[in-house]
Ligand binder design. Sequence first.
Ligand SMILES: [Mg+2]
Length: 269
Amino acid sequence: MRPLSDLPLDLARSVRVVLSDIDDTITSEGMLTASAYAALEALHRAGFIVIPVTGRPAGWCDHIARMWPVDAVVGENGAFYFRYDRPARKMHQHFWASAEERQENRARLDAIEKEVLATVPGAALASDQAYRVADLAIDFCEDVPPLPEQEVDRIVAIFERAGAQAKVSSIHVNGWFGAYDKLSMAKILLADVFGLDWDAARRSVVYAGDSPNDEPMFAAFPLSVGVANISAFSHRLRHKPAYITAAHSGDGFAELAALLLRAKDGTGA
Ligand SMILES: [Mg+2]
């Protein structure tokens, strides 16, 4: 991971699309700061396509797609994208699995939930679970005292033994049934809505994240950026981002946004 300040402005100038994780990448210590939100808004106003790509639930993503200065949102680690067509006042929702499949998967996730809560002391159901349509989120760090790493690994193992996928974010273990992740749904969204095939996407996207559930994105996009707090997770990452910001969390995202805006308006050249 090289310092973001080493990113050549010519390369920064090729960016048209900003994909970003939310928790601990745009938010700081669990809060959305004015400076991080202003960075999102400035990017959006400057004409960048801005898309949060998050493990957060459908209920939150409805709000984000509708009210934040963004072009779309990928949620529940790739279970869906939502895009609000403002002029038409229509929310477009694209899900990986059908409503029937999601219902079947829910019964299997309920069984995993029971097993995790019965066998991993200190783990809890994430407080945003009620607003999820496709996954199960186990809290190990958000509203509960942080669990040791081997307990997080035990949660992941329970999901995987049941044939589910599991990804570790900075706060939750998210698990689901289905061969999707943040990357596969981002690809569908970029192609279907923004007309970017995979070659074009790789040339024009920057991805920002902070933890292991961002790994598929770090691996896929040559221009990937970790905010400084990713260094706490770097021993868990097989694919690290190409660049790392000096600042943590939302301040790191604002640092990236400032660089992109400087490159775009030419003042940094
Ligand atoms: Mg995160």
